[in-house]
Design a protein around this ligand. Structure first.
Ligand code: GLN
Length: 450
């Protein structure tokens, strides 16, 4: 009830939820109470969470932040949201996001931007990051105890950093993608966002596991991530990748990175300089591969199969009018880039080349992980910026993802840990990247940093 009341009080200002589900939440909470009374409480019984509105939820409107899906009420439940429900979690509502998860500041949502609950002294309204900005704001403002996010190129880690919370993108394949509205299928991963690293560990355990309905879901046992938080870092080798020292990085972020190194050393880790030489190709590769896959995935929104329809004089006209009216600017830009790089004549020069460089980026990580157990980097090159800043030029916005896209391209797990504040008092995050399916080391290192 306290969380339902907090959502009611704060959401009109922060716009963290597109849809709130207070009756459902209270009903689920009562069921959790009953289970507890019988001594049968599942792991998350009664824990109130926000569900990113990219997860299909049976009987509850799902928008993906896009007007083109309105009104879409899924007839089925995504695997991850279904697992959380089965574990007793209580859904407070569907969290706002960039349209189809394309963005880094939540301004591309068809349902209005989210406001970061953190405030700057000059009173400017700040973005919460994106695309899981509603999830981040809901957790940071104490509306929810945890949230689901999805991360294709940073959409869990960057909003976690901007909002002073923790968030992990697990290994590609750790969580099922079934029922998550697709953006770029070879990159999309679900993960938890919460106030602490340990809370993320608890949530991730319930979200993970093999699912025969997702052909890229991994047949791997789900470890006890929470126990891993207690392991410490004694004897671990932590790599510092030289290429992440980019020009123009604020001094406070450099300093926080150095603080992180010092904390890990003090706890007994060995710090090793490593090189990921293809890092500089991460952004260009990502902004070819992700739009290419998106242009294909978004072909299904044609006004016939789902959601909104604008009638036309014939079928092609109906498609065109529906897509022109239903998609926002950023989504249209991605579809155009994607269809361009996939078109005959350009495919070899762009898409195929990008896939080859993607393999080199993966090899960089594999070589580094021959020498070290985890990597430490900043999560983002800046703290949360003001609504309205960086918004005239899409490329400036894309630069925000410089530290997060390489791990997405390689499919390795990455976590953002709330590790400090900048001079303006805004939160900054450190990122811990681990080997494929070694989230346990990521949790162990992250626990020391928070
Ligand atoms: N900011 C990146 C993009 O706009 C990442 C988004 C995401 O991870 N979903 O594509």
């Amino acid at each position: 009830e306290a969380h339902v009341a907090a959502v009611e009080a704060l959401n009109p200002r922060l716009n963290a939820f597109i849809t709130t589900t207070p009756e459902l939440a209270l009903e689920q909470a009562r069921a959790a109470d009953d289970a507890r009374a019988k001594g049968e409480a599942p792991a998350l019984a009664g824990i109130p969470i926000a569900m990113k509105d990219l997860f299909c939820t049976e009987g509850v409107r799902t928008t993906a932040g896009s007007k083109i899906l309105e009104p879409f009420v899924p007839p089925y439940e995504s695997t991850v949201s279904g697992k959380l429900k089965a574990a007793g979690a209580v859904m407070l509502g569907k969290a706002n996001l960039d349209e189809f998860a394309m963005g880094s500041s939540n301004i591309t949502s068809g349902y209005g931007p989210v406001e970061n609950p953190w405030q700057r002294a000059d009173g400017a309204k700040l973005v919460p990051g994106g695309s899981s900005g509603g999830s981040a704001a809901a957790v940071a403002a104490r509306m929810a105890m945890g949230a689901t996010g999805t991360d294709t190129g940073g959409s869990i880690r960057q909003p976690a950093a901007f909002s002073g919370i923790a968030g992990i993108k697990p290994t590609y394949g750790r969580c099922s993608r079934f029922g998550i509205i697709a953006f770029a299928s070879s990159l999309d991963q679900a993960g938890p966002m919460a106030r602490t690293v340990e809370d993320c560990a608890i949530l991730l355990r319930e979200m993970s596991g093999f699912d025969p309905r997702d052909s890229t879901s991994a047949e791997r046992a789900v470890p006890d991530f929470r126990a891993a938080c207690e392991r410490g870092v004694k004897g671990l080798r932590i790599g510092i990748p030289a290429e992440y020292r980019v020009e123009g990085m604020p001094r406070e972020i450099e300093k926080l990175w150095q603080d992180g190194i010092d904390w890990l050393k003090r706890e007994g880790a060995e710090i090793v300089d490593v090189s990921l030489p293809h890092t500089k190709y991460g952004l260009p590769v990502y902004y070819i591969v992700a739009p290419a896959e998106a242009s294909s995935n978004l072909a299904r929104y044609d006004g016939v199969r789902f959601g909104a329809r604008v009638e036309g004089k014939d079928l092609i006209d109906l498609y065109e009018r529906t897509r022109a009216a239903g998609f926002g600017e950023e989504v249209k830009r991605r579809i155009m880039i994607g269809t361009y790089v996939l078109s005959a004549g350009y495919y070899d020069a762009y898409y195929l080349k990008a896939q080859k460089v993607r393999a080199l980026i993966l090899r960089d990580f594999q070589e580094a992980f021959g020498k070290v157990d985890a990597l430490l980097t900043p999560t983002a090159p800046s703290a949360a910026f003001a609504l309205g800043e960086k918004m005239d030029d899409p490329v400036t916005m894309y630069l925000n993802d410089v530290f997060t896209v390489p791990a997405s391209l390689a499919g390795v797990p990455g976590m953002s840990v709330p590790a400090g504040l900048d001079a303006a008092g805004l939160p900054l995050g450190l990122q811990v990247i681990g080997r494929h399916f070694d989230e346990e080391t990521v949790f162990a290192v992250s626990s020391v940093l928070e």
